[in-house]
Design a protein around this ligand. Structure first.
Ligand SMILES: C[S@@+](CC[C@H](N)C(=O)[O-])C[C@H]1O[C@@H](n2cnc3c(N)ncnc32)[C@H](O)[C@@H]1O
Length: 152
C-alpha cells in the first residue's frame, strides 16, 4: 500500500473512532486495501462491497493471504441497494467512490437509515484530489452536509 494511501486509511480510521471489534461497512471497497489496513491496525471488522467482481475476488484473495478472513468479508453489491439487515453496522465509510454514484444523496441515505445505520455522525476528510470522503458512525446526530471552510 502506498504511503499516501496508508496515511489516508489511518486518518479515516481515527475519524471513525470505533473500538476494536466494531463492524464497519466499506462502500466501494475496491481491492480491499483500506479495509485490510483498518482490520489489521485497529482490529475493526470490515465488510466491503463493490460493483466489480474482479475487485472482490482480489480483495478476498488478499484477505486470505494475510489471514484476515476472520475480520474482513468482501462481496459484490451496489452500495445504493444494500442488502444488509437494518442497523447491522457500527459505522460506514466510503473512500473515493461516492463520486461515482449517480445520486450520492440517495446513497448516503442508504448508509444513514433505511438499510445502513440508525443515526450517524459524518466526519469529513479531504483527499488530496479534493474529494470529500464521508465516514459515518452510529449514535450521533446527523449533521448538516457542508464541507468545512477552505484553509488559509
Ligand atoms: C476509485 S475506487 C476506490 C476504491 C477504494 N475505496 C479505495 O479507496 O481504494 C472506486 C470504487 O468504487 C466502486 N463503486 C462505484 N460505484 C459503486 C456502487 N454503486 N456500489 C459499489 N461499488 C461502487 C468501483 O467499482 C471502484 O472499485
Amino acid at each position: 500500500m502506498a504511503a499516501a494511501q496508508t496515511l489516508m486509511a489511518d486518518r479515516l480510521g481515527q475519524a471513525l473512532e470505533l473500538p476494536r471489534g466494531a463492524l464497519v461497512l466499506d462502500a466501494g471497497c475496491g481491492q480491499g486495501a483500506v479495509a485490510l489496513r483498518l482490520a489489521e491496525t485497529l482490529g475493526l471488522h470490515v465488510e466491503g462491497v463493490d460493483l466489480q467482481p474482479d475487485n472482490i475476488r482480489s480483495a478476498t484473495r488478499k484477505a486470505a493471504r494475510r489471514q484476515a478472513l476472520d475480520r474482513t468479508r468482501f462481496q459484490v453489491m451496489d452500495y445504493a441497494r444494500l442488502r444488509f439487515p437494518d442497523e447491522r453496522f457500527d459505522g460506514v465509510y466510503t473512500l473515493e467512490s461516492l463520486v461515482h454514484a449517480p445520486d450520492s444523496q440517495a446513497a448516503l441515505r442508504q448508509f444513514r437509515g433505511r438499510r445502513g445505520l440508525a443515526a450517524s455522525r459524518r466526519a469529513w476528510l479531504r483527499a488530496s484530489a479534493g474529494l470529500w470522503l464521508p465516514a459515518v458512525r452510529r449514535r450521533r446526530p446527523w449533521p448538516v452536509v457542508a464541507p468545512p471552510p477552505a484553509a488559509g
